[in-house]
Structures are given as C-alpha cells and as structure tokens.
Design a binder for this molecule. Structure first.
Ligand code: T3D
Length: 264
C-alpha cells in the first residue's frame, strides 16, 4: 500500500520497503521527501512487524542528493544556512539509519549523487545495479561531502580514495565500488530488485535481536580498541543469549531442523 507521495512505503514479509519517489528530479531530497523518509525509518524502529528495511529509488536514479532547485542563488537574498539543513534533516537521518536495531538494505538502482550517495552508503548492506554510479558531487558545487560521506568514505576506503573521490567528483561504477569494499555487491540491472528483496526478506526472517546487536558491534568496532570491543561483545552476547531466537536457534540445531525465528 502506498501512503505517501515522495516516499512510497509498503510492508511485506517483514520488510519495510521505502522507495524514494521523485523520479522527475532523480529523487532529489526536498523537505517533504526528508520528512517522509524519516517517518519510514521511525516506523521501522517502533513497529515490531518490521524486521528489515529496503531502501531504493523510483525511476532511473537512486537519488541525486539535495534538490538544488531550492538553492537557486539567482533568486537573491543571503546565502542559505546549509548547516541548518544538515542539522535538521541529513544528520538525524544518518543517525537513525545507523542506530536502527534492524538491518537496512539499500538497492541502488541508478545514479546516487551527493547526499543521495551517502544516504545509500549509510545503509547496512548495499547492493547496486551494475549501471549505477556513485558520485561525490559536492566539489562541483564548492561543498564538502555530507550525510556522513567524509566519515564513510574514509572508513571504508581510506584517505587516498576518499580524497580523490571527493575532490574530483568522478563517478565510481558499481563494480569498482564493490571491488573496493564500498558496497556489498554489484548486480545485473534486471536482477537487482529480486536479489535485494530476497536478501531483505531473508534478513527479516532472521534473529532480529541478534542482527541488531551485530550491527551495533560492527559499527562500534571502527572507534574501539580491541579490549573495548571485547568487552562490548561480552555485553552484547549476554543480551543476545537472552533472546527467544537464541533458544530457538540452538533447539533447531539440536533437532536438526531449520530455525523458525520470531524476531524476539
Ligand atoms: O543544500 C543543502 O541543504 C546542503 C546539502 C547538500 C547535499 C547534497 O546532496 S549537495 C549535491 C547535490 N546534488 C548534485 O550536485 C547532483 C546534481 N545532479 C547531477 O549532477 C546530475 O543530474 C546526475 C549526475 C545525478 C545525473 O545526470 P543525468 O545527465 O543522468 O540527468 P540530468 O539530466 O542531469 O537530470 C535529470 C533531471 O533531474 C533534470 O531535470 P529536467 O532538466 O529534466 O527538468 C535535472 O535538473 C534534475 N535533477 C538532477 N539532480 C537534481 C535535479 N533537480 C534538482 N536537484 C538535483 N540535485
């Protein structure tokens, strides 16, 4: 069921599918799209029926980043406070995706530019159509990478590649992005949605508590030393061990049958 204009939202088989839906603007972010996407992520957090999220774009693009139609300097007036937009929309969105205790899959169906690229890269598992490109378009406008891009690129690729991508704004193809470890996998265009849906449904049928804790552990690893991370693993494993899905997983193993996880 579609319930919004700028982001189409459907829930099926435990997967909340969020489709950025401004295809005539290559799904560029305006305020309405920000608000609807944020509402979708918030629903994923609060609705126990949601056990995974799939984020993709309508039409030929994933997202071209900020809607530049709302940034026309020829309209006159003082320069916009771009820090305000980041503080109000992009930063909370990235924090919400990273903080969500459920898996988020991105299916990058076409070009992902500027903040559009970095929203995709904030997701937990990123699949991209072979024809898709990631463009750190900011330098073409005199801006810096945002939506977490300066952090994500540097953590995943290292300074050399992060700086080159950000300073040149050269498009990075999906296959190269996968080879460099920026995304999980490049997929033939006509197979993308089926593969991404199957992956999201598989995750949605998984041990949701354990997957959420796994996400938290891996995200924390970038900033922790080994001792701190070992202590974190101990704490998270204690919590995972209290989940119903852990009991089910062990029972299923001992009974030589597939586990039927409930997400609890
Ligand atoms: O501002 C703040 O609040 C700070 C936050 C900033 C975050 C950012 O994301 S800054 C970066 C903004 N994004 C860009 O700079 C990318 C701009 N777009 C492009 O460079 C190109 O469109 C693409 C490389 C993504 C795709 O090129 P192409 O040739 O496939 O398509 P196109 O012809 O350029 O675009 C198709 C239509 O989408 C076109 O509209 P038209 O002429 O058919 O009516 C184009 O104007 C529109 N479009 C594409 N990107 C945007 C956009 N409209 C508004 N905003 C866009 N970002």
């Amino acid at each position: 069921m579609s319930d919004t204009q700028s982001v189409e939202t459907t829930l099926e088989h435990g997967v909340l599918r969020l489709v950025l839906n401004r295809p005539d603007k290559l799904n560029a972010f305006n305020e309405a799209m920000h608000e609807e996407l944020r509402a979708g992520v918030d629903r994923a957090a609060s609705d126990p029926a949601v056990r995974a999220v799939l984020l993709t774009g309508a039409g030929r693009a994933f997202s071209a980043g900020q809607d530049l139609g709302a940034r026309d300097p020829r309209a006159g007036g003082p320069p916009p406070d771009l820090g305000e937009t980041l503080g109000r929309y992009y930063n909370p969105l990235i924090r919400a995706i990273r903080g969500l205790d459920k898996p988020v899959v991105a299916a990058v169906n076409g070009v992902a530019a500027g903040a559009g690229a970095n929203v995709a890269l904030a997701c937990d598992i990123v699949l991209a159509a072979e024809s898709a490109r990631f463009i750190q378009a900011f330098s073409r406008l005199g801006l810096v990478p945002d939506a977490g891009g300066s952090w994500t690129l540097t953590h995943l690729l290292g300074e050399a590649r992060a700086k080159a991508l950000a300073m040149t704004a050269e498009p990075l193809g999906a296959a190269q992005a996968a080879e460099w470890g920026l995304i999980w996998r490049a997929v033939p265009d006509d197979a993308l949605m089926a593969e991404a849906t199957a992956l999201a449904e598989r995750l949605a049928a998984g041990p949701t508590v354990g997957l959420g804790l796994t996400k938290a552990a891996i995200q924390a690893a970038s900033d922790n030393d080994l001792d701190t991370q070992l202590e974190l693993e101990r704490e998270l494993q204690r919590r995972a061990g209290h989940s119903a899905d852990y009991a089910e997983g062990v029972a299923a193993f001992l009974e030589k049958r597939p586990a039927a996880f409930t997400g609890k």
